[in-house]
Design a protein around this ligand. Sequence first.
Ligand code: ZN
Length: 119
Amino acid sequence: MASKNRKLMRVFDAFLRALALVLVVLSIIFMVEGQSQTGWLLLLLSILLFITTVPRPPPPIEPVFSVSTEVICEGCGHKYVRPFKKGDYVFKEVEECPRCKKPMIITAIFRKPTKEELS
Ligand SMILES: [Zn+2]
């Protein structure tokens, strides 16, 4: 839907630029025929049209990553992976192990590869 809109905008921009070119030609004709005020006005209008239709680069697509945190117990090696929480860092002590009650530490923070990266 968004790409269709962008395509439509490009066609519209091309039309406006063509219109600006026509206005430049018209302004020259008006100036040659002595109606310089109308000529300058049309020239100004065509410049404005050119400026507003300068091709803009498309906005960058921001990939959405799911970041995970790996937590391991130092005592028994119990390990689990949970979604990343703000404030997580490697070697941070997070909670006590549900098995042996020793402190668990974060050993890795990683993002899962996207579908494109896997294929
Ligand atoms: Zn443990």
